[in-house]
Design a protein around this ligand. Structure first.
Ligand SMILES: N[C@@H](CCC(=O)N[C@@H](CS)C(=O)NCC(=O)O)C(=O)O
Length: 206
């Protein structure tokens, strides 16, 4: 039985849970991290010395870092085109997954923490405005990429859509004025029709 350690409202846990469901896999998920704690316990740190969630346990194999887990699951338990079919498609999938992690994730995290986890009285409006501007620039890049394709790699979903797809829910669900990015919105609408995405990603923002 696959095991996922991590609370369900973490965007990084959501990537893994959505991926598992799309591959037709089930996993036993435990609430670790945030208010649940446990990620600083010695047994957890023995598996994941980074002390963050998620951690995947697959038999005697342990893996952490959400994008690495998504890549592993798609490769190990292949279904559909979730793991890219060619080295060149794999290159593009990794490009967009790494881009999310190194570019978009930081300002999206600022926005999420400021708008969802900070009271209006404590909110730093300058940080919010700056994060919206930075995120909008990145989402515009993706909007441009999606102008002539349904999904990140073309006409089918792949692991490349997973990290950005999770972030797109947050981008479209938080309360602020977004620039009109029609290709991005259409891609996100297509993804939001998927039951696995609805179950594991479209959760209340907390
Ligand atoms: N690069 C890591 C980041 C993991 C991470 O920062 N996870 C957050 C939750 S989204 C965490 O563990 N926060 C501490 C906590 O929940 O207690 C990954 O993608 O897995």
């Amino acid at each position: 039985m696959l095991q996922v350690l991590g609370r369900p409202n973490s965007v990084n846990v959501q990537k893994v849970m959505w991926c598992l469901a799309e591959l037709g896999l089930t996993a036993d998920r435990s609430d670790i991290g945030g208010a649940f704690g446990g990620n600083d316990a010695a047994d957890y740190l023995g598996m994941n010395p980074n002390g963050k969630i998620p951690t995947l346990i697959d038999g005697d194999y342990v893996l952490w870092e959400s994008n690495a887990i998504v890549r592993y699951l798609c490769d190990q338990y292949r279904a559909g085109h979730w793991y890219p079919d060619t080295a060149q498609q794999l290159g593009h999938a990794n490009q967009w997954m790494d881009w999310y992690q190194t570019a978009l994730h930081r300002p999206m995290t600022t926005l999420f923490w400021q708008l969802i986890r900070t009271s209006p009285e404590q909110r730093d409006q300058a940080a919010v405005d700056s994060a919206i501007k930075e995120c909008a620039g990145f989402w515009k890049m993706l909007d441009h990429h999606l102008a002539d394709r349904d999904y990140i790699l073309g006409d089918h979903l792949s692991m490349a859509d997973i990290p950005l797809g999770c972030a797109a829910y947050r981008w479209h669900s938080m309360n602020f004025e977004r620039p009109g990015l029609p290709a991005l919105k259409n891609w996100w609408t297509r993804i939001s029709e998927r039951p696995a995405y609805q179950t594991h990603v479209m959760l209340p923002l907390t």
